[in-house]
Design a binder for this molecule. Structure first.
Ligand code: ARG
Length: 493
Protein backbone atom coordinates (compact mmCIF):
# COMPACT_ATOMS: atom_id res chain seq x y z
CA UNK A 1 0.00 0.00 0.00
CA UNK A 2 1.21 3.52 -0.56
CA UNK A 3 1.24 5.86 2.34
CA UNK A 4 -0.44 8.74 0.57
CA UNK A 5 -3.73 7.13 -0.25
CA UNK A 6 -4.12 6.13 3.36
CA UNK A 7 -3.44 9.59 4.64
CA UNK A 8 -6.41 11.25 6.32
CA UNK A 9 -7.39 14.06 3.99
CA UNK A 10 -7.88 16.73 6.62
CA UNK A 11 -4.80 15.90 8.60
CA UNK A 12 -1.97 15.62 6.13
CA UNK A 13 1.00 15.31 8.44
CA UNK A 14 3.81 15.66 5.93
CA UNK A 15 4.73 18.09 3.25
CA UNK A 16 3.84 16.29 0.04
CA UNK A 17 7.46 15.96 -1.07
CA UNK A 18 8.52 14.49 2.25
CA UNK A 19 8.27 10.71 2.48
CA UNK A 20 7.74 9.76 6.11
CA UNK A 21 10.67 7.88 7.49
CA UNK A 22 10.14 4.40 8.89
CA UNK A 23 12.87 5.05 11.38
CA UNK A 24 11.98 5.93 14.94
CA UNK A 25 15.27 7.75 15.39
CA UNK A 26 17.52 9.70 13.09
CA UNK A 27 17.51 13.29 14.33
CA UNK A 28 21.07 13.18 15.57
CA UNK A 29 22.41 11.38 12.50
CA UNK A 30 23.94 12.96 9.47
CA UNK A 31 24.76 9.86 7.49
CA UNK A 32 22.55 6.99 6.45
CA UNK A 33 22.91 3.55 7.95
CA UNK A 34 24.90 1.16 5.81
CA UNK A 35 22.81 -1.44 3.98
CA UNK A 36 24.46 -4.40 5.64
CA UNK A 37 24.24 -2.79 9.07
CA UNK A 38 20.55 -2.23 8.50
CA UNK A 39 20.11 -5.81 7.38
CA UNK A 40 21.87 -7.02 10.50
CA UNK A 41 19.97 -4.65 12.73
CA UNK A 42 16.48 -5.22 11.39
CA UNK A 43 14.31 -7.70 13.23
CA UNK A 44 11.02 -7.11 11.42
CA UNK A 45 11.35 -10.34 9.42
CA UNK A 46 10.90 -12.35 12.62
CA UNK A 47 9.45 -10.03 15.27
CA UNK A 48 6.52 -9.14 12.98
CA UNK A 49 4.68 -11.95 14.68
CA UNK A 50 4.43 -9.76 17.78
CA UNK A 51 2.11 -7.37 15.98
CA UNK A 52 -1.03 -8.20 17.91
CA UNK A 53 0.76 -7.94 21.25
CA UNK A 54 2.39 -4.68 20.18
CA UNK A 55 -0.97 -3.16 19.35
CA UNK A 56 -2.53 -4.49 22.51
CA UNK A 57 0.27 -3.07 24.64
CA UNK A 58 0.00 0.27 22.87
CA UNK A 59 -3.74 0.50 23.41
CA UNK A 60 -3.26 -0.12 27.13
CA UNK A 61 -0.43 2.39 27.29
CA UNK A 62 -2.42 5.06 25.45
CA UNK A 63 -5.46 4.42 27.64
CA UNK A 64 -3.37 4.98 30.74
CA UNK A 65 -1.74 8.12 29.28
CA UNK A 66 -5.22 9.53 28.78
CA UNK A 67 -6.51 8.52 32.19
CA UNK A 68 -3.48 10.07 33.88
CA UNK A 69 -3.86 13.30 31.95
CA UNK A 70 -0.51 12.85 30.21
CA UNK A 71 -2.14 12.97 26.79
CA UNK A 72 -5.39 14.79 25.97
CA UNK A 73 -8.38 12.46 25.74
CA UNK A 74 -9.00 13.48 22.15
CA UNK A 75 -5.50 12.36 21.09
CA UNK A 76 -5.91 9.10 22.92
CA UNK A 77 -9.19 8.46 21.18
CA UNK A 78 -7.59 9.05 17.77
CA UNK A 79 -4.59 6.87 18.63
CA UNK A 80 -6.67 3.97 19.92
CA UNK A 81 -9.02 4.22 16.97
CA UNK A 82 -6.02 4.09 14.63
CA UNK A 83 -4.53 1.11 16.44
CA UNK A 84 -7.83 -0.73 16.26
CA UNK A 85 -8.04 -0.02 12.55
CA UNK A 86 -4.56 -1.47 12.15
CA UNK A 87 -5.50 -4.57 14.08
CA UNK A 88 -8.55 -5.09 11.95
CA UNK A 89 -6.85 -4.17 8.68
CA UNK A 90 -3.86 -6.44 9.23
CA UNK A 91 -6.21 -9.18 10.40
CA UNK A 92 -8.34 -9.06 7.27
CA UNK A 93 -5.53 -8.27 4.88
CA UNK A 94 -6.66 -4.77 3.87
CA UNK A 95 -3.61 -3.18 5.47
CA UNK A 96 -0.03 -4.32 5.53
CA UNK A 97 3.10 -3.33 7.37
CA UNK A 98 6.09 -2.05 5.52
CA UNK A 99 8.50 -4.98 5.33
CA UNK A 100 11.39 -2.51 5.25
CA UNK A 101 10.59 -1.51 8.83
CA UNK A 102 13.35 -1.88 11.38
CA UNK A 103 11.17 -3.89 13.72
CA UNK A 104 7.52 -4.48 14.52
CA UNK A 105 7.38 -1.46 16.84
CA UNK A 106 8.53 0.84 14.04
CA UNK A 107 6.16 -0.88 11.63
CA UNK A 108 3.11 -0.32 13.83
CA UNK A 109 3.99 3.27 14.61
CA UNK A 110 4.69 4.08 11.00
CA UNK A 111 1.41 2.58 9.84
CA UNK A 112 -0.36 4.49 12.59
CA UNK A 113 1.25 7.68 11.35
CA UNK A 114 0.01 6.91 7.86
CA UNK A 115 -3.50 6.49 9.20
CA UNK A 116 -3.80 9.28 11.76
CA UNK A 117 -0.93 11.63 11.03
CA UNK A 118 1.40 13.28 13.51
CA UNK A 119 -0.71 12.42 16.55
CA UNK A 120 0.82 8.96 16.17
CA UNK A 121 4.06 10.44 17.43
CA UNK A 122 2.46 11.05 20.85
CA UNK A 123 1.96 7.35 21.51
CA UNK A 124 5.58 6.87 22.45
CA UNK A 125 5.32 9.38 25.31
CA UNK A 126 6.63 7.85 28.55
CA UNK A 127 7.70 4.69 26.76
CA UNK A 128 10.78 3.22 25.16
CA UNK A 129 11.09 0.34 22.76
CA UNK A 130 13.03 -1.34 25.54
CA UNK A 131 10.06 -1.66 27.88
CA UNK A 132 7.75 -2.08 24.90
CA UNK A 133 9.52 -5.12 23.46
CA UNK A 134 9.83 -6.77 26.87
CA UNK A 135 6.07 -6.32 27.33
CA UNK A 136 5.18 -7.62 23.87
CA UNK A 137 7.35 -10.69 24.30
CA UNK A 138 5.83 -11.50 27.69
CA UNK A 139 2.33 -11.18 26.25
CA UNK A 140 3.24 -13.42 23.31
CA UNK A 141 4.89 -16.09 25.42
CA UNK A 142 2.00 -16.07 27.87
CA UNK A 143 -0.48 -17.06 25.15
CA UNK A 144 1.76 -19.75 23.77
CA UNK A 145 2.50 -21.28 27.14
CA UNK A 146 -1.25 -21.65 27.55
CA UNK A 147 -1.46 -23.42 24.18
CA UNK A 148 1.47 -25.73 24.88
CA UNK A 149 -0.01 -26.62 28.23
CA UNK A 150 -3.24 -27.58 26.45
CA UNK A 151 -1.34 -29.78 23.99
CA UNK A 152 0.39 -31.54 26.87
CA UNK A 153 -2.95 -32.03 28.61
CA UNK A 154 -4.37 -33.74 25.58
CA UNK A 155 -1.29 -35.94 25.33
CA UNK A 156 -1.77 -36.89 28.98
CA UNK A 157 -5.35 -37.77 28.29
CA UNK A 158 -4.23 -40.18 25.52
CA UNK A 159 -1.75 -41.76 27.92
CA UNK A 160 -4.47 -42.21 30.53
CA UNK A 161 -6.71 -43.91 27.97
CA UNK A 162 -4.01 -46.22 26.72
CA UNK A 163 -2.97 -47.06 30.28
CA UNK A 164 -6.60 -47.85 31.15
CA UNK A 165 -6.97 -50.13 28.13
CA UNK A 166 -3.73 -51.97 28.83
CA UNK A 167 -4.88 -52.61 32.38
CA UNK A 168 -7.40 -55.11 31.01
CA UNK A 169 -10.81 -55.92 32.36
CA UNK A 170 -12.54 -58.75 34.23
CA UNK A 171 -11.98 -61.23 31.45
CA UNK A 172 -8.81 -59.77 30.02
CA UNK A 173 -5.58 -59.79 31.97
CA UNK A 174 -3.34 -56.73 32.13
CA UNK A 175 -0.61 -56.47 29.50
CA UNK A 176 2.78 -57.36 30.92
CA UNK A 177 6.17 -56.72 29.38
CA UNK A 178 9.69 -56.76 30.58
CA UNK A 179 10.81 -53.61 32.31
CA UNK A 180 14.37 -52.70 31.42
CA UNK A 181 17.42 -51.30 33.10
CA UNK A 182 20.51 -50.81 30.92
CA UNK A 183 18.17 -51.97 28.11
CA UNK A 184 18.45 -55.45 29.62
CA UNK A 185 15.42 -57.35 30.84
CA UNK A 186 15.08 -56.38 34.49
CA UNK A 187 11.68 -57.17 36.02
CA UNK A 188 8.22 -57.63 34.52
CA UNK A 189 5.98 -54.55 34.60
CA UNK A 190 2.52 -53.66 33.41
CA UNK A 191 2.35 -51.78 30.11
CA UNK A 192 -0.05 -49.40 31.89
CA UNK A 193 2.60 -48.70 34.49
CA UNK A 194 5.14 -47.97 31.78
CA UNK A 195 2.79 -45.57 29.98
CA UNK A 196 1.82 -43.83 33.19
CA UNK A 197 5.48 -43.05 33.86
CA UNK A 198 5.25 -40.64 30.93
CA UNK A 199 1.99 -39.23 32.24
CA UNK A 200 3.82 -38.13 35.38
CA UNK A 201 6.68 -36.60 33.43
CA UNK A 202 4.23 -34.44 31.52
CA UNK A 203 2.44 -33.67 34.75
CA UNK A 204 5.61 -32.13 36.16
CA UNK A 205 6.28 -30.38 32.84
CA UNK A 206 2.91 -28.68 33.06
CA UNK A 207 3.64 -27.76 36.65
CA UNK A 208 6.91 -26.21 35.49
CA UNK A 209 4.99 -24.15 32.93
CA UNK A 210 2.73 -22.90 35.70
CA UNK A 211 5.74 -21.99 37.74
CA UNK A 212 7.31 -20.14 34.80
CA UNK A 213 4.14 -18.15 34.14
CA UNK A 214 3.98 -16.99 37.72
CA UNK A 215 7.28 -15.16 37.19
CA UNK A 216 6.46 -14.21 33.60
CA UNK A 217 3.22 -12.44 34.32
CA UNK A 218 4.58 -9.10 35.54
CA UNK A 219 4.61 -5.87 33.56
CA UNK A 220 7.84 -4.23 32.33
CA UNK A 221 6.11 -1.22 30.71
CA UNK A 222 6.69 2.04 32.52
CA UNK A 223 10.36 1.23 32.97
CA UNK A 224 11.16 3.49 30.03
CA UNK A 225 14.56 3.00 28.47
CA UNK A 226 16.04 1.87 31.80
CA UNK A 227 15.56 4.47 34.52
CA UNK A 228 11.81 4.84 34.76
CA UNK A 229 9.90 7.76 33.23
CA UNK A 230 9.38 11.35 34.27
CA UNK A 231 5.62 11.42 33.70
CA UNK A 232 2.98 10.61 36.29
CA UNK A 233 2.21 7.18 34.79
CA UNK A 234 0.11 4.51 36.44
CA UNK A 235 1.92 1.26 35.75
CA UNK A 236 -0.53 -0.75 37.79
CA UNK A 237 -3.37 0.39 35.61
CA UNK A 238 -1.50 -0.81 32.50
CA UNK A 239 -0.82 -4.11 34.26
CA UNK A 240 -4.50 -4.44 35.01
CA UNK A 241 -5.50 -3.62 31.42
CA UNK A 242 -3.10 -6.25 30.07
CA UNK A 243 -3.92 -8.93 32.61
CA UNK A 244 -0.56 -8.89 34.39
CA UNK A 245 -0.46 -9.78 38.07
CA UNK A 246 1.66 -6.76 38.94
CA UNK A 247 4.57 -4.63 37.80
CA UNK A 248 8.29 -5.40 37.75
CA UNK A 249 9.67 -3.44 40.72
CA UNK A 250 12.99 -2.37 39.18
CA UNK A 251 13.06 -0.49 35.88
CA UNK A 252 16.56 -1.71 35.00
CA UNK A 253 15.62 -5.30 35.68
CA UNK A 254 12.39 -4.83 33.74
CA UNK A 255 14.13 -3.91 30.49
CA UNK A 256 17.19 -6.08 30.74
CA UNK A 257 16.03 -9.38 32.12
CA UNK A 258 15.10 -12.17 29.78
CA UNK A 259 15.04 -14.97 32.30
CA UNK A 260 11.33 -15.41 31.65
CA UNK A 261 12.39 -16.66 28.21
CA UNK A 262 15.08 -18.84 29.72
CA UNK A 263 12.53 -20.24 32.18
CA UNK A 264 10.38 -21.24 29.25
CA UNK A 265 13.27 -22.60 27.18
CA UNK A 266 14.38 -24.69 30.15
CA UNK A 267 10.88 -26.09 30.56
CA UNK A 268 10.66 -26.62 26.80
CA UNK A 269 13.97 -28.49 26.88
CA UNK A 270 12.72 -30.80 29.61
CA UNK A 271 9.46 -31.36 27.74
CA UNK A 272 11.22 -32.33 24.55
CA UNK A 273 13.71 -34.46 26.47
CA UNK A 274 10.74 -36.44 27.78
CA UNK A 275 9.25 -36.64 24.29
CA UNK A 276 12.58 -37.76 22.94
CA UNK A 277 12.89 -40.59 25.46
CA UNK A 278 9.44 -41.81 24.60
CA UNK A 279 10.30 -41.53 20.90
CA UNK A 280 13.47 -43.52 21.39
CA UNK A 281 11.49 -46.30 23.05
CA UNK A 282 8.96 -46.31 20.24
CA UNK A 283 11.76 -46.58 17.70
CA UNK A 284 13.30 -49.51 19.56
CA UNK A 285 9.96 -51.17 20.17
CA UNK A 286 9.03 -50.74 16.51
CA UNK A 287 12.21 -52.44 15.29
CA UNK A 288 11.86 -55.95 13.78
CA UNK A 289 13.93 -57.36 16.63
CA UNK A 290 11.48 -56.07 19.26
CA UNK A 291 8.14 -55.82 17.43
CA UNK A 292 6.50 -54.58 20.65
CA UNK A 293 4.60 -51.95 18.74
CA UNK A 294 3.29 -51.36 15.26
CA UNK A 295 3.18 -47.68 14.40
CA UNK A 296 0.32 -46.45 12.27
CA UNK A 297 0.93 -45.64 8.60
CA UNK A 298 -0.10 -42.06 9.32
CA UNK A 299 2.98 -41.43 11.45
CA UNK A 300 5.53 -43.30 9.37
CA UNK A 301 7.09 -42.92 5.94
CA UNK A 302 8.49 -45.22 3.29
CA UNK A 303 11.88 -45.39 1.67
CA UNK A 304 12.54 -44.12 -1.84
CA UNK A 305 14.66 -47.16 -2.59
CA UNK A 306 13.69 -49.99 -0.24
CA UNK A 307 10.07 -50.92 -0.89
CA UNK A 308 9.69 -52.91 2.33
CA UNK A 309 10.55 -50.00 4.66
CA UNK A 310 8.20 -48.31 7.08
CA UNK A 311 10.20 -45.76 9.02
CA UNK A 312 9.17 -44.22 12.35
CA UNK A 313 9.84 -40.66 11.21
CA UNK A 314 7.63 -38.80 13.67
CA UNK A 315 9.34 -40.52 16.57
CA UNK A 316 12.74 -39.91 15.03
CA UNK A 317 11.98 -36.22 14.60
CA UNK A 318 10.74 -36.01 18.19
CA UNK A 319 14.14 -37.31 19.18
CA UNK A 320 16.03 -35.18 16.66
CA UNK A 321 14.27 -31.92 17.40
CA UNK A 322 15.38 -32.11 21.02
CA UNK A 323 18.71 -30.93 19.65
CA UNK A 324 17.11 -27.74 18.31
CA UNK A 325 15.43 -26.80 21.56
CA UNK A 326 18.49 -27.54 23.67
CA UNK A 327 20.34 -25.35 21.16
CA UNK A 328 17.75 -22.59 21.62
CA UNK A 329 18.31 -22.69 25.37
CA UNK A 330 22.08 -22.92 25.37
CA UNK A 331 22.42 -20.42 22.53
CA UNK A 332 20.34 -17.81 24.28
CA UNK A 333 21.92 -18.43 27.68
CA UNK A 334 25.21 -17.69 25.96
CA UNK A 335 23.84 -14.46 24.47
CA UNK A 336 22.79 -13.24 27.91
CA UNK A 337 25.68 -14.30 30.06
CA UNK A 338 28.00 -11.35 29.44
CA UNK A 339 25.60 -8.45 29.04
CA UNK A 340 26.04 -5.43 31.26
CA UNK A 341 22.83 -3.75 32.43
CA UNK A 342 20.54 -2.62 30.99
CA UNK A 343 19.29 -3.15 27.39
CA UNK A 344 21.77 -4.24 24.74
CA UNK A 345 20.94 -5.03 21.14
CA UNK A 346 22.25 -8.56 21.67
CA UNK A 347 18.94 -9.16 23.41
CA UNK A 348 17.10 -8.93 20.12
CA UNK A 349 18.52 -12.43 19.65
CA UNK A 350 15.93 -13.66 22.15
CA UNK A 351 13.11 -13.99 19.66
CA UNK A 352 14.25 -16.58 17.16
CA UNK A 353 15.10 -19.23 19.78
CA UNK A 354 11.87 -18.47 21.60
CA UNK A 355 9.75 -18.72 18.45
CA UNK A 356 11.63 -21.80 17.32
CA UNK A 357 10.98 -23.63 20.59
CA UNK A 358 7.31 -22.65 20.54
CA UNK A 359 6.87 -23.71 16.90
CA UNK A 360 8.68 -26.98 17.42
CA UNK A 361 6.65 -28.00 20.46
CA UNK A 362 3.41 -26.86 18.85
CA UNK A 363 3.86 -29.39 16.04
CA UNK A 364 5.71 -32.07 17.88
CA UNK A 365 3.49 -32.67 20.92
CA UNK A 366 0.32 -33.39 18.92
CA UNK A 367 2.27 -35.49 16.39
CA UNK A 368 3.69 -37.68 19.14
CA UNK A 369 0.27 -37.79 20.77
CA UNK A 370 -1.16 -39.19 17.51
CA UNK A 371 1.67 -41.70 17.35
CA UNK A 372 0.77 -43.09 20.77
CA UNK A 373 -2.95 -42.81 20.15
CA UNK A 374 -2.74 -44.94 16.99
CA UNK A 375 0.00 -47.34 18.10
CA UNK A 376 -0.89 -51.02 18.19
CA UNK A 377 0.92 -52.77 21.02
CA UNK A 378 1.89 -56.32 20.21
CA UNK A 379 1.03 -57.88 23.54
CA UNK A 380 1.72 -61.43 22.36
CA UNK A 381 5.22 -60.46 21.40
CA UNK A 382 5.74 -58.75 24.76
CA UNK A 383 4.66 -61.96 26.46
CA UNK A 384 6.91 -64.07 24.27
CA UNK A 385 9.90 -61.87 25.08
CA UNK A 386 9.33 -62.56 28.79
CA UNK A 387 9.79 -66.26 28.38
CA UNK A 388 13.16 -67.61 29.61
CA UNK A 389 14.36 -64.02 30.10
CA UNK A 390 15.24 -64.39 33.82
CA UNK A 391 13.31 -61.23 34.65
CA UNK A 392 11.77 -63.00 37.64
CA UNK A 393 15.12 -63.90 39.21
CA UNK A 394 14.68 -61.21 41.87
CA UNK A 395 11.30 -62.71 42.77
CA UNK A 396 12.88 -66.09 43.44
CA UNK A 397 15.50 -64.46 45.64
CA UNK A 398 12.70 -62.65 47.49
CA UNK A 399 10.91 -65.97 47.93
CA UNK A 400 13.94 -67.39 49.73
CA UNK A 401 14.13 -64.23 51.83
CA UNK A 402 10.54 -64.80 52.92
CA UNK A 403 11.60 -68.30 53.91
CA UNK A 404 14.34 -66.91 56.15
CA UNK A 405 17.43 -66.53 53.95
CA UNK A 406 19.29 -63.19 54.18
CA UNK A 407 18.81 -61.32 50.90
CA UNK A 408 22.51 -61.24 50.00
CA UNK A 409 22.72 -65.03 50.32
CA UNK A 410 19.48 -65.55 48.41
CA UNK A 411 20.83 -63.34 45.62
CA UNK A 412 23.86 -65.61 45.38
CA UNK A 413 21.80 -68.82 45.31
CA UNK A 414 19.57 -67.54 42.50
CA UNK A 415 22.61 -66.23 40.65
CA UNK A 416 23.98 -69.79 40.59
CA UNK A 417 20.59 -71.04 39.45
CA UNK A 418 20.62 -68.55 36.56
CA UNK A 419 24.12 -69.71 35.62
CA UNK A 420 22.89 -73.34 35.62
CA UNK A 421 19.95 -72.43 33.36
CA UNK A 422 22.15 -70.47 30.96
CA UNK A 423 24.49 -73.44 30.65
CA UNK A 424 21.56 -75.76 30.00
CA UNK A 425 19.87 -73.23 27.67
CA UNK A 426 16.69 -73.27 29.71
CA UNK A 427 14.74 -70.68 31.67
CA UNK A 428 14.03 -70.43 35.40
CA UNK A 429 10.49 -71.53 34.67
CA UNK A 430 11.80 -74.82 33.17
CA UNK A 431 13.51 -76.01 36.35
CA UNK A 432 12.07 -79.11 38.00
CA UNK A 433 11.45 -79.15 41.74
CA UNK A 434 14.43 -81.51 42.12
CA UNK A 435 16.68 -79.05 40.32
CA UNK A 436 15.40 -76.16 42.43
CA UNK A 437 15.95 -78.16 45.61
CA UNK A 438 19.55 -78.78 44.60
CA UNK A 439 20.09 -75.04 44.99
CA UNK A 440 18.15 -74.64 48.22
CA UNK A 441 16.17 -77.08 50.35
CA UNK A 442 13.75 -74.24 50.99
CA UNK A 443 12.21 -74.81 47.57
CA UNK A 444 9.26 -77.10 48.19
CA UNK A 445 7.14 -76.75 45.10
CA UNK A 446 4.16 -74.45 44.77
CA UNK A 447 3.03 -72.08 42.06
CA UNK A 448 5.04 -69.15 43.39
CA UNK A 449 8.24 -71.07 42.60
CA UNK A 450 7.50 -71.17 38.88
CA UNK A 451 8.58 -67.56 38.64
CA UNK A 452 5.80 -66.39 36.34
CA UNK A 453 5.64 -62.75 35.20
CA UNK A 454 2.01 -62.62 36.41
CA UNK A 455 3.07 -63.73 39.89
CA UNK A 456 5.93 -61.28 39.84
CA UNK A 457 3.80 -58.22 39.11
CA UNK A 458 1.04 -59.34 41.48
CA UNK A 459 3.44 -59.22 44.42
CA UNK A 460 4.83 -55.77 43.60
CA UNK A 461 1.95 -54.17 45.46
CA UNK A 462 3.88 -51.41 47.19
CA UNK A 463 2.51 -47.91 46.68
CA UNK A 464 3.62 -46.81 43.20
CA UNK A 465 4.51 -50.39 42.28
CA UNK A 466 3.45 -52.38 39.24
CA UNK A 467 0.84 -54.78 40.67
CA UNK A 468 -2.52 -54.44 38.94
CA UNK A 469 -4.10 -53.10 42.16
CA UNK A 470 -1.33 -50.57 42.73
CA UNK A 471 -1.49 -49.44 39.10
CA UNK A 472 -5.27 -49.11 39.33
CA UNK A 473 -4.81 -46.82 42.34
CA UNK A 474 -2.12 -44.90 40.50
CA UNK A 475 -4.39 -44.46 37.51
CA UNK A 476 -7.18 -43.17 39.75
CA UNK A 477 -4.79 -40.72 41.37
CA UNK A 478 -3.50 -39.62 37.95
CA UNK A 479 -7.06 -39.03 36.76
CA UNK A 480 -7.89 -37.01 39.89
CA UNK A 481 -4.84 -34.81 39.64
CA UNK A 482 -5.32 -34.43 35.90
CA UNK A 483 -8.88 -33.26 36.41
CA UNK A 484 -7.74 -30.86 39.11
CA UNK A 485 -5.13 -29.26 36.89
CA UNK A 486 -7.29 -26.65 35.26
CA UNK A 487 -6.34 -25.27 31.85
CA UNK A 488 -3.68 -22.61 32.16
CA UNK A 489 -5.48 -19.31 31.69
CA UNK A 490 -3.10 -16.68 32.86
CA UNK A 491 -5.12 -13.64 32.02
CA UNK A 492 -8.83 -13.39 31.58
CA UNK A 493 -8.52 -10.38 29.38
N1 ARG B 1 13.88 -4.85 18.03
C1 ARG B 1 14.40 -4.55 19.32
C2 ARG B 1 14.49 -5.83 20.16
O1 ARG B 1 13.86 -6.77 19.84
C3 ARG B 1 13.53 -3.56 20.02
C4 ARG B 1 14.21 -2.77 21.07
C5 ARG B 1 15.10 -1.78 20.47
N2 ARG B 1 15.60 -0.90 21.43
C6 ARG B 1 16.72 -0.16 21.16
N3 ARG B 1 17.09 0.63 22.08
N4 ARG B 1 17.34 -0.28 20.05
O2 ARG B 1 15.24 -5.91 21.08
Amino acid sequence: MTEDNNMPKNDAPFASSEKPSLKLWGGRFEGEIDKLSAQLNNSYSFDCRLWRQDIRGSIAHATMLGECGILPEEDVRVIIDGLQRIEEGIGNGTLSFDPEAEDIHSAVESLLRTLIGTTAGKLHTARSRNDQVATDTRLYLREHIEDIDGLLASFQSTLLDRAERALGSENESPVILSGYTHLQHAQPVLLSHHLLAYFWMFFRDRDRLRDATRRLNLLPLGAGALAGVNYPVDRRRVAELLGFDGVIPNSMDAVSDRDFILDFLSSASIIIMHCSRMAEELIIWNSPEFRYVELDDSVTTGSSIMPQKKNPDVAELARGKAGRIFGDLVGFLTVMKGLPLAYNKDMQEDKEPLFDAIDTLTILIPALNKTIHSAVFNTERMKEALSRDFSTATDLADLLVRRGVPFREAHHVIGRMVRYCLDGKIGLEDLTLEERKSFSPLFQGGSEETASPEGSVRLRASEGGTSPEAVRKQLDLARDLFAGMLPLRISNT
